[in-house]
Design a protein around this ligand. Structure first.
Ligand code: HMG
Ligand code: MG
Length: 297
């Protein structure tokens, strides 16, 4: 039994922090995560630097990562449009992630377009990525609730998920951007989606605002999902989703999976050390419950 972890701290974890984190700290974070055994690390994003100033150094981050790490670890980057894809390609990236919201309010605030316009935009990215040999992963945001529109229906999530898969994404990561969902919501959503989409093509991306993220992972795992996104020290939040707290902490995820006898290939001790280190660098409390507990032993 094994689970694939997609570590998202260098992108999702940092994008919401207003004080600019030094490029070398970002690079050291990626190197430490790789040394802990993480094989997929979302490194940064090529989005408009006016929208997300924190990640304006995407090119420099990629340039400074050790060649050995670049060849041994998958380092996808987030892109909102073909312009971002081209920048990623110039940095020799071989996987990008595109993102759409299931809901209109967040779509407008996050990427300044409607859901249907965003689908046209990402289709262009997927089409342009193919001849470049760049793999494309998809994200769907606001799977349970939108900060502006309120609750999301499974039908809204299904529409965009199926579109992304049909357009050529190899996998779609389902984001509870606000971190409001519970295992009951997971049951309802996956109960619907899994009638239409193979479980191998879905991933879980939970935020921990209401402390439900790990329970949602366990529920998703029981329903057959085997890929989960998480963020060291629970870093994260979205600048365009007010009130949303950090992502599921990678330490909490690995702790739980270890106890379930599920292998992840990740060294928990090294993760805990890295979580303590990055929390100190950022001057933030450690958002991982397991990480903080293990660090204090
Ligand atoms: P816009 O202002 O509507 O678009 O932004 P535009 O095409 O008019 O471009 C405006 C300026 O941005 C132009 O520059 C473009 O060149 C530049 P100017 O001529 O004014 O100097 N630009 C770019 N620069 C660098 N890289 C690019 C790029 N594209 C345009 N790729 C746009 C539209 C989509 C660009 C903008 O809204 C944007 O970048 N949004 C990104 C927001 C973001 O990153 N949000 C966080 C990620 S999503 C998330 O966190 C959720 C997720 O984690 C899942 C979950 O947690 O649930 C995925
Ligand atoms: Mg997130």
């Amino acid at each position: 039994m094994s689970v694939k972890i997609v570590e998202v701290a260098p992108r999702d974890g940092l994008q919401n922090i207003s004080q600019i984190v030094p490029t070398n700290t970002k690079v050291e974070l990626i190197e430490r995560l790789a040394a802990a055994g993480l094989k997929t690390i979302e490194a940064t994003s090529f989005v408009s630097p006016r929208w997300v100033p924190q990640l304006a150094d995407a090119k420099q981050v990629l340039q400074r990562i050790q060649p050995r790490t670049r060849s041994n670890v998958c380092l996808p980057v987030l892109v909102p449009n073909v312009q971002g894809l081209e920048l990623a390609h110039r940095s020799a990236v071989d996987e990008v992630a595109v993102f759409v919201s299931a809901t209109e309010g967040f779509s407008k605030k996050n990427i300044n377009c409607t859901v249907d316009e965003s689908l046209i935009r990402v289709k262009k990215v997927i089409e342009a990525a193919k001849p470049l040999g760049i793999r494309v992963r998809g994200y769907v945001s606001c799977i349970f609730c939108d900060p502006y529109d309120g609750p999301t229906t499974p039908q809204q999530v299904r529409k965009v998920t199926q579109f992304l898969l049909d357009a050529g994404c190899y996998e779609v990561s389902l984001g509870d951007t606000l971190g409001v969902g519970t295992p009951t919501d997971v049951q309802t959503l996956y109960g619907d989606l899994l009638k239409f989409v193979p479980k191998e093509r879905l991933a879980g991306h939970f935020h921990d605002t209401y402390g439900q993220a790990i329970a949602n992972v366990v529920k998703s795992y029981d329903m057959g999902i085997r890929t989960f996104d998480s963020s060291i020290a629970g870093l994260g939040g979205c600048p365009f989703a007010k009130g949303a707290k950090g992502n599921l902490a990678t330490e909490d995820l690995v702790y739980t999976l270890n106890k379930m006898g599920v292998s992840t290939g990740v060294n928990l001790d090294k993760l805990v050390t890295t979580g303590t280190w990055i929390s100190g660098q950022l001057g933030l409390p450690n958002g991982s419950r397991a990480g903080a507990a293990l660090a204090s032993q």
